[in-house]
Write a protein that binds this ligand. Structure first.
Ligand SMILES: O=C(O)CCC(=O)C(=O)O
Length: 232
């Protein structure tokens, strides 16, 4: 049972998520788990040799073996053995509390998103839209956690444009998918509605699935590491 104080915080965050399209949960992940994950990612990370491997790291996930092993264990009900799944459990639980649907929610595999200076990164888009599918498979929400400090946009922040959420949701309901995508692609860093999500390592954030988002290029030396989970 959460304490009344924790419950109140969670209620406030749920209201913020509903009204603003995103919310930030201040650093809640234990240092020990953060350090362990950081170590595992840096130990196994490779930017890829071929162009297709590099694109998979940029637009799919880094550390694919770690991600697929964790997802297999997760799907078989073993959710606390691997460090990635301990982190995913915490992200999933927070999302379930804020979206108030613990029983119905599911999630895809985690994504490990490593961003380095000078390497391309995702431009504004909405998740789940694919030229190969007749309709988008948009997640209800994207849950992210930074494993490194992101205190400034140039640290490689996730940027969101929550003001476009309603128009995109309406277009989606009207099955005008191309127009929804066009709105997302037109989002720019210079727009007044652009919000970089900032916080020290351990910060968790939740973004409504209809909110366009992108990565702000990392402008400084070193890697920005985040883990993302899409909940459906
Ligand atoms: O790395 C990031 O912060 C953004 C990742 C992203 O937008 C994506 O992979 O869909």
């Amino acid at each position: 049972m959460p304490s009344p104080h924790m419950q109140k915080n969670s209620d406030k965050l749920a209201v913020t998520l509903e009204s603003d399209g995103y919310c930030i949960v201040p650093a809640v992940v234990h240092n020990e788990l953060l350090e362990r994950m950081h170590l595992e990612v840096t130990r196994t990370y490779s930017a890829g040799e071929t162009e297709s491997e590099q694109n998979e790291v940029i637009y799919g996930t880094a550390c694919p073996s770690m991600v697929s092993e964790a997802h297999q264990q997760w799907m078989s009900g073993n959710r606390n053995h691997l460090p990635l799944n301990r982190l995913v459990s915490q992200m999933f639980e927070i999302a379930s509390d804020l979206l108030e649907s613990r029983d119905e929610l599911g999630c895809g595999p985690a994504q490990i998103a490593v961003r380095e200076p000078g390497v391309p990164s995702p431009t504004p888009h909405i998740d789940g839209y694919s030229k190969n599918e007749p309709e988008p498979n948009t997640p209800r929400a994207i849950v992210g956690v930074y494993l490194t400090d992101v205190l400034d946009k140039g640290d490689g922040a996730l940027m969101v444009w929550p003001g476009e959420r309603a128009a995109i949701a309406n277009l989606r309901d009207a099955r005008r998918f191309d127009e929804a995508e066009k709105i997302a692609k037109a989002c720019g860093e210079g727009n007044a509605g652009c919000r970089p999500l900032l916080g020290p390592a351990g910060t968790i954030f939740i973004v409504d699935g209809n909110v366009p988002h992108a990565n702000a290029a990392r402008a400084i030396h070193g890697k920005r590491i985040a883990v993302y989970l899409r909940v459906y």
